[in-house]
Design a protein around this ligand. Structure first.
Ligand SMILES: *[C@@H]1O[C@H](CO)[C@@H](O)[C@H](O)[C@H]1NC(C)=O
Ligand SMILES: *[C@@H]1O[C@H](CO)[C@@H](O)[C@H](O)[C@H]1NC(C)=O
Ligand SMILES: *[C@@H]1O[C@H](CO)[C@@H](O)[C@H](O)[C@H]1NC(C)=O
Length: 407
């Protein structure tokens, strides 16, 4: 018996990678929190947060995750904590390797001075839901400008250079693209038209969702301007507004929420919806079309796929596989625009619940990994989080099996 087991292990070890990778790979937890843990570079910063009534970790729900690797700084994992309410000392953070009883310690990015204005200084960062990192080593931060449903500042896009951790540029949205307190800018996705090594990263388009007022906003770095696009497919469907997740019901009537793009199409879905939609990039990227009519070219928008239930964040890999985690049942799904069906990738229901942030990250060896923020939003919505349990997880799944299989 013992020897049989030994040979089985040996055989597995000797099998070529391609055969092994036909098996499903696992989702693994990288970081886990019972409650978010806010670290500070200095005791004075911590005291400042306390004095301003801004250190209530029980109010914090992490939303996004993004990974970056740098030969000098090593790999860094970013997360966002939007200011749904007060008590959040900073809204954009790096996860450190230091641990406390509730989980890994965060540090503010780029530093605490960017976060402590409480919405009174619009040159700082007010409240961030999601970010995007590009092949140009830039971190795109979409700041909603909203704290506890009050529009404290205009929404803005901040671009940080991840080599120097300094601000490269900023774009403040003007009232032609949003309505104060009614709009909520939550998700950016960036396409770089002149990537390195040959390009200079100066031709960038950023697509952003206004989840609350059901619009898409496009920013063009060459024109240094933004425009608004609206279409009926960006609205929530009331029939998909009540969700069941991990045995709990909650109501969330969010409109256009998740975004992903390949070279030709922009894919998107409202949260209260079971459909995925697409529109050609050549249409949404053309400012002239929407300049005087945000509802132009309604027939360029198409429904392209249907799911078993709603999902929140989505991401796309280099082989045009689009990933999303449905609510009921909780299932990591993969859909490819060239194939008519969704593929379900079983995942441990302990590890995946409400996946609010998702990115495909390419490691320095060129392999792609799916990184997800799973945050039990159903319990946040119902006010029944139990801080004795793990509530927030950053998880990772290698995509080697999927990509080798579809090759
Ligand atoms: C921060 O803003 C909140 C919400 O308006 C307010 O209650 C609080 O007093 C403010 N704190 C400071 C230090 O301004
Ligand atoms: C943008 O759209 C306008 C109006 O439809 C069209 O005339 C123009 O050629 C388009 N520009 C590009 C770059 O496709
Ligand atoms: C949009 O309206 C402005 C002002 O009326 C006009 O100058 C411009 O030509 C219009 N643009 C298009 C693409 O129709």
């Amino acid at each position: 018996m013992m020897w049989g087991g030994f040979f089985a292990v040996l055989l597995l070890a000797l099998m070529p990678h391609a055969i092994l990778s036909a098996e499903q790979l696992e989702v693994e937890a990288v970081y886990e929190w019972k409650q978010m843990v806010f670290g500070f570079a200095t005791e004075a910063d911590r005291q400042d947060a306390i004095d301003n009534g801004n250190l209530s970790p029980e109010n914090a729900t992490p939303i996004d995750v993004a990974v970056h690797q740098d030969c000098e700084k090593g790999s860094r994992v970013f997360t966002t904590i939007p200011r749904f309410t007060t008590g959040i000392p900073y809204t954009l953070a790096v996860v450190t390797e230091a641990n406390e009883a509730n989980g890994p310690v965060l540090q503010p990015y780029p530093d605490y001075s960017w976060h402590n204005s409480n919405g009174s200084d619009c040159d700082k960062i007010t409240s961030v839901f999601r970010v995007a990192i590009t092949e140009c080593n830039q971190l795109f931060v979409l700041d909603s400008g909203v704290i506890a449903q009050v529009q404290r500042c205009s929404p803005q896009l901040l671009v940080f250079d991840l080599n120097s951790d300094t601000l490269s540029y900023r774009y403040r949205f003007d009232p032609s693209t949003y309505t104060a307190a009614a709009s909520l800018f939550i998700t950016p996705t960036v396409s770089v038209n002149d990537p390195p090594p040959t390009g200079s990263c100066s031709k960038v388009q950023v697509y952003m969702t206004d989840v609350a007022l059901h619009g898409l906003v496009v920013y063009d770095s060459e024109l240094n301007t933004a425009w608004r696009i609206q279409n009926r497919f960006m609205y929530p469907n009331p029939e998909n507004g009540v969700h069941s997740l991990a045995g709990e019901l909650f109501t969330l009537m969010d409109g256009i929420f998740g975004l992903a793009s390949d070279d030709e199409q922009l894919y998107f879905h409202p949260l209260a919806s079971v459909h995925e939609y697409a529109v050609p990039l050549s249409v949404v990227s053309n400012r002239t079309i929407f300049e005087n009519n945000s509802g132009a070219m309604p027939l360029a928008f198409r429904q392209v796929a249907t799911r078993s239930s709603s999902c929140a964040a989505e991401a796309i890999d280099s082989q045009n596989n689009i990933y999303c985690v449905t609510f009921n049942p909780v299932m990591l799904t993969r859909w490819n625009p060239n194939k008519p069906y969704n593929v379900q990738m079983p995942a441990d229901p302990q590890l995946l619940e409400f996946v609010s942030g998702m990115k495909v990250y390419k490691t320095h060896t060129g392999n792609e990994e799916l990184w997800m923020m799973s945050n039990r939003y159903q319990k946040v919505a119902n006010g029944n989080l139990d801080f004795n349990e793990v509530n927030f997880r950053i998880v990772r799944r290698s995509l080697d099996d999927v990509q080798n299989a579809t090759n």
